[in-house]
Design a protein around this ligand. Structure first.
Ligand SMILES: [Zn+2]
Length: 169
């Protein structure tokens, strides 16, 4: 995911003519810890994610981005499947959404709560984009290099996971 670091963040009030693009981010939680990757270019800890490809749904995009960046096969936490007439494909509801500026454009970002599809998986980083990973506990989220908004959103992901053991039902 491309973004400015928190020091370089530009106010939306100033840049309200910026192009707005939909992006997705996967907050993958395992054993009460959330996975962040260290982005080489931006020098920040961020959840895996990125822009949608043409004709791609947000759900497919976040599954692809997590796999591409970390090699992990993940699933949505608490996805529900009740078929409803006229709905071709029910999309998973993000647990958090925002807009933020990344320099020459804005992101409308959907954050998803996710889990590992199977337990026995190891992270294989895509080293062209990211160079480290760490599973962060709530107290680890105070570590330097995590933007303030990501700190908050990942803390929320851990709290939601903990309080409901999956969301929404
Ligand atoms: Zn972007």
């Amino acid at each position: 995911m491309t973004r400015l670091n928190s020091a370089g963040r530009v106010s939306l009030a100033v840049r309200n003519n910026a192009r707005l693009e939909l992006v997705v981010a996967g907050c993958v939680v395992r054993n009460g810890k959330v996975l962040l990757v260290w982005h080489k270019k931006h020098k920040e800890w961020l959840p895996p994610g990125g822009h949608l490809e043409q004709n791609e749904s947000p759900n497919d995009a976040v599954l692809r981005e997590v796999l591409e960046e970390t090699g992990l096969h993940v699933a949505f936490t608490g996805r529900h499947h009740a078929p409803i007439k006229y709905i071709r494909n029910q999309l998973v509801t993000p647990f958090f959404a925002d807009t933020h500026n990344v320099g020459d454009h804005d992101h409308c970002c959907f954050y998803y709560l996710m889990r590992l599809r199977t337990g026995k998986q190891s992270v294989t980083l895509n080293l062209s984009e990211v160079e480290e990973f760490h599973w962060f506990s709530k107290s680890d989220l105070t570590r330097e290099g995590i933007p303030e908004d990501i700190r908050h959103i990942c803390g929320l992901a851990l709290a939601v996971q903990h309080s409901t053991d999956g969301w929404p039902r």
